[in-house]
Design a protein around this ligand. Structure first.
Ligand SMILES: O=C(O)c1cc(=O)[nH]c(=O)n1[C@@H]1O[C@H](COP(=O)(O)O)[C@@H](O)[C@H]1O
Length: 269
């Protein structure tokens, strides 16, 4: 998907919400366990109930890999369902990959060609030749971890390298990568105050911002420091939306939570 299509969706839906499909079988309503594929049944119900409120969906791959072949099948069915029924939605494989060049190419093929996601999250630690194989794919987006939402972000990401914090070095250096126009970045909502400096380095790039809801980040703070003319933000909530209820009406309850966030977002559009 081209970035301009994503921007159109944001304006149309007055939303820059990304719903995280981090599906833990122990947390889904028990009546779904009778289905042949409970994880897909859960995702389908959530997507059908919330697609008009969100512009992006982000399955975290760990939650599927944890169930082996069955999990991968649920993931494939989920992405195929979105691509067929709601092709306007932006899809993110949250896989946090990155390896030597030829291996990265295979990761890129897995997520961009076989599964046909619009984007994938990538760890920048191995540098240029581990990221560029993902950037080589046209109309696909590589979402580089810059400043993450967790406490461990302070172990390395904020430490100085040649006089600047490492996360700033990641932003600066990655701008010189081939096809860097296909880059987006992850910045945790819990690090909202850093967004001002981040915007000085990457004024227009889209940011995937996880950490509102369950992790305590503030949507207003993120918008205050991180918003661009085209919004330039995809704010993710996973547990705060998808586990709103364990009852039969779980999907409607999830839609209620998504709507709360969408309405907050509409004020910025
Ligand atoms: O790349 C991510 O999406 C990510 C980066 C980050 O810094 N923090 C973070 O929480 N995430 C992911 O975003 C989701 C957050 O989920 P909730 O805390 O349940 O909303 C999970 O899938 C995390 O793996």
């Amino acid at each position: 998907m081209e970035t301009k299509q994503l921007i159109e969706q944001i304006k149309l839906k007055k939303s820059f919400l990304c719903i995280g499909l981090d599906v833990d079988i122990d947390k889904i309503p028990s009546h779904l366990l009778e289905e042949t594929d409970p994880v897909f049944a859960f995702n389908k119900a959530i997507i059908d109930a919330t697609h008009h409120l969100a512009v992006a969906y982000k399955p975290n791959i760990a939650f599927y890999e944890a169930y082996g072949i069955k999990g991968w099948q649920s993931l494939k069915k989920t992405i195929d369902y979105i691509n067929e029924k709601y092709p306007e939605l932006f899809t993110i494989a949250d896989a946090k990959r990155g390896d030597i060049g030829n291996t990265s190419t295979m990761y890129a093929k897995a997520f961009f060609e076989d599964l046909n996601f619009d984007s994938v999250t990538i760890a920048p630690y191995m540098g240029k030749d581990s990221v560029e194989p993902f950037l080589a794919f046209k109309n696909k987006h590589t979402i580089l971890l810059a400043l993450t939402s967790n406490e461990g972000a302070f172990d390395f990401q904020t430490k100085d390298v040649e006089g600047v914090p490492l996360y700033q070095k990641v932003l600066q250096t990655s701008k010189s990568y081939k096809n860097s126009e296909n880059l987006m970045y992850v910045v945790g909502a819990t690090k909202a105050t850093y967004l001002k400096e981040i915007r000085n380095i990457i004024p227009e790039s889209f940011l995937l911002v996880p950490g509102v809801g369950a992790q305590g980040g503030s949507l207003d703070e993120v918008c205050k420091y991180g918003k661009t003319q085209n919004i330039g933000l995809l704010i993710n909530s996973s547990r705060g939306i998808i586990y709103a209820s364990k009852d039969e009406n779980f999907a409607q309850k999830a839609a209620g939570k998504a709507k709360e966030l969408q309405q907050q977002m509409a004020a910025y559009l």
